[in-house]
Design a protein around this ligand. Structure first.
Ligand code: UN1
Length: 499
C-alpha cells in the first residue's frame, strides 16, 4: 500500500490531508505525507467554551450510560484495528506488531473503563456523632486537556479519554505536532462511536492541532480543570506549575530512565530476551524503555557478550516488513541526539558497541540506527540523562544495596525491574527501601505495562497516574458528605456552642 492508501483506508480524506500549514513526514522514508490544518489559537476560547457546555450535559448522564459510549468506542477500535495500526506505523515508525499493540492497548482501556462506569464508588465512613452518616461521593470535574507525545500517539489519548468520559469529563486532545494524522484517524473512530451513541452533547471530544499557542491556551484556562500531559520533563516543568498556579489539576507523565538489576541468580537467557525487547523495542522510544543495565560483576561480561550477540542479529529496517524488529527513529534530529549521547559517553570513559547509522537495506530518507550498548565505568551525567534512542548503558555492582542505590540515583522515577531467583533480593527491591519508581517489576522488563495497573512515576517523571487501578480518581472531584438523620445537632470534637 502507498502512504496515501494507508491514510485513506483509515478514513482520512483529501480535505484532511491537504491545504494546511503543518507538514507531516513519515519517519519510514522522510516523505511528506500531509499538510494538515492547524487550529487557530484565536478559536481556543470557543473550543473550551464548547467543552464547558458539553460538561453541563454530560455530568448529568448516568455513569453506566457514559460507559456505553466507551463500549462503542472499543467496538469501533476493534473494527478499525488494522487500519489505525498501519497509520501508527506510517506516522510514528513503529513496527507493525507494535502499531497493532498500541491499538490493542486502546481497546483494553475501553474495556476497563466500561467496567469502571459501574464501579465509581466512594466509602461510607463511621461518624463519631449519633444519628449521623458519612460518605464520599465522586463527581465529574470538568473538561480534561490531553496533551500527548509522538511515541504513543494514540494509546495515551485513550487511557485518558476512556477514563475521563466515564468520569463525566469532556476531552480536548492536543497531539504531538509530529503525529496529528493518527489523532485525526482516531477522531474518525470516535465520531462513529458518538454517532451510534446518539445523544452525546456536541463538543464532548474535540481535537486541536498546533504548536505552543494552542497548548498554552489549554494550560492557562480555568475552563480546563484537568491537564494530562505526557512528554519531556522540560515540557512538564513548564506545564505543571502553570496549571497548578491557576488551581487546575495537572496529571504529568514525563521522562523515564529505567533500569534493570541483573543479580547472580538470574535466569540469564530470560534476562537477555527481556533486555532486548525493552531496550530495543520501539527503537528505544518508549518512556518505559530500558536505558540502564546494572549487572552483578560476576555475570556482567557474560551478559554483555550474550547481548552483543543478540544485538548483532537484530533486523533494522522498514517497520512495515514483518521481519523487522527495529524501525526508524522519529526523525534525523533524534538520531543526532543519539550520536551526541554516544560521543559524550565515550568522553566519560564508556566503551560503545554498535550505534552506527544504518543506510543500506533500509528505506532512504529515514533515520535508522543500530541499537547501542555502552559499557560505563560509573553512572555518569550522560547515563543520568534520558536520550530517546536505543542506547543501553551497562554498569557493574557488587552488593544489592549498591545496585539499588545506582538504580535510584537518577532524576527520573518511572519504571524499574530486577532479574533474580532469590526471594530476599526480589522483596528487598520492592520494599520501601528498594526501587523509588512508580513501576517496579520482578523477572520482567520495565516496558510494556498492562493497562490494569496505575501508570506513572515519581520525581521528574511528574507523579501523575493514568490508566488502571484507581487512576480514575484523578479525573473526578471527591465530596465528603455528612448527613444528620437525628433530631439533635451535636458538634464534632465535643465542642459546646449553646446559646
Ligand atoms: C509511553 O511511552 O509514554 O508500558 C507509554 C509501556 C506502554 C506505555 C508506554 N504500555 O511501555
Amino acid at each position: 500500500m502507498t502512504h496515501d492508501e494507508i491514510l485513506k483506508a483509515a478514513g482520512l480524506t483529501n480535505a484532511d490531508l491537504t491545504g494546511g500549514t503543518l507538514a507531516v513526514h513519515s519517519p519510514i522514508d522522510g516523505a511528506e505525507i500531509a499538510k494538515v490544518r492547524e487550529t487557530d489559537a484565536a478559536d481556543m476560547a470557543s473550543i473550551m467554551a464548547r467543552a464547558q457546555q458539553a460538561f453541563k450535559a454530560w455530568r448529568q448522564v448516568p455513569a453506566p450510560r457514559r460507559g456505553e459510549l466507551v463500549r462503542l468506542l472499543g467496538e469501533e477500535l476493534r473494527a478499525a484495528k488494522d487500519e489505525l495500526g498501519a497509520v501508527v506505523t506510517l506516522e510514528a515508525g513503529k513496527i507493525t506488531s507494535e502499531g497493532l499493540g498500541e491499538v490493542q492497548e486502546m481497546i483494553d482501556i475501553c474495556d476497563f473503563a466500561v467496567g469502571l462506569s459501574r464501579q465509581i464508588y466512594g466509602l461510607t465512613i463511621a461518624s463519631e456523632r449519633p444519628g449521623h452518616r458519612m460518605m464520599e461521593t465522586w463527581h465529574p470535574l470538568g473538561p480534561c486537556a490531553v496533551i500527548t507525545a509522538f511515541n504513543f500517539p494514540v494509546a495515551v489519548w485513550s487511557w485518558n479519554t476512556a477514563l475521563a468520559l466515564v468520569c463525566g469529563d469532556p476531552v480536548i486532545w492536543k497531539p504531538s505536532e509530529k503525529t496529528p494524522l493518527t489523532a485525526m484517524a482516531s477522531m474518525k473512530i470516535m465520531e462513529r462511536a458518538l454517532k451510534r451513541f446518539g445523544d452525546a452533547p456536541e463538543g464532548l471530544v474535540q481535537l486541536v492541532i498546533g504548536g505552543p499557542a494552542v497548548g498554552e491556551a489549554l494550560v492557562n484556562s480555568k475552563d480546563v480543570p484537568i491537564v494530562s500531559a505526557t512528554g519531556s520533563t522540560r515540557m512538564g516543568g513548564i506545564v505543571g506549575p502553570k496549571v497548578s498556579a491557576r488551581w487546575g489539576r495537572p496529571i504529568l507523565e514525563l521522562g523515564g530512565n529505567n533500569a534493570m538489576i541483573v543479580a547472580p541468580s538470574a535466569d540469564l537467557d530470560m534476562a537477555v530476551r527481556a533486555i532486548v525487547f525493552s531496550a530495543v523495542g520501539t527503537a528505544g522510544q518508549r518512556c518505559t524503555s530500558l536505558r540502564r543495565l546494572i549487572a552483578h560483576n560476576s555475570i556482567k561480561d557474560d551478559l554483555v557478550a550474550k547481548l552483543a550477540k543478540a544485538y548483532a542479529s537484530l533486523p533494522v529496517g522498514d517497520p512495515r516488513k514483518s521481519t523487522t524488529l527495529v524501525g526508524p527513529l522519529i526523525d534525523h534530529a533524534a538520531r543526532d541526539r543519539m550520536q551526541a549521547a554516544l560521543e559524550q559517553a565515550k568522553s566519560e570513559g564508556g566503551t560503545v558497541h554498535g550505534g552506527k547509522t544504518v543506510t543500506s537495506g533500509v528505506p532512504q530518507g529515514g533515520a535508522y540506527v543500530e541499537p547501542a550498548i555502552a559499557e560505563m565505568p560509573k553512572q555518569t551525567e550522560t547515563v543520568r540523562t534520558e536520550t530517546f534512542a536505543p542506547i543501553l548503558y551497562v554498569m557493574g555492582y557488587e552488593t544489592l544495596e549498591e545496585a539499588i542505590a545506582i538504580q535510584n540515583d537518577v532524576p527520573q522515577g518511572l519504571s524499574s525491574c530486577i532479574f533474580t531467583l532469590n526471594l530476599r533480593e526480589a522483596e528487598a527491591f520492592l520494599s520501601a527501601a528498594g526501587s523509588d519508581c512508580g513501576i517496579a517489576n520482578v523477572n520482567i522488563g520495565p516496558s510494556g505495562a498492562e493497562i490494569g495497573g496505575a501508570f506513572g512515576g515519581e520525581k521528574e517523571t511528574g507523579g501523575g497516574r493514568e490508566s488502571g487501578s484507581d487512576a480514575w480518581k484523578g479525573y473526578m472531584r471527591r465530596q465528603t458528605n455528612t448527613i444528620n438523620y437525628s433530631a439533635q445537632l451535636p458538634l464534632a470534637q465535643g465542642v459546646k456552642f449553646d446559646f
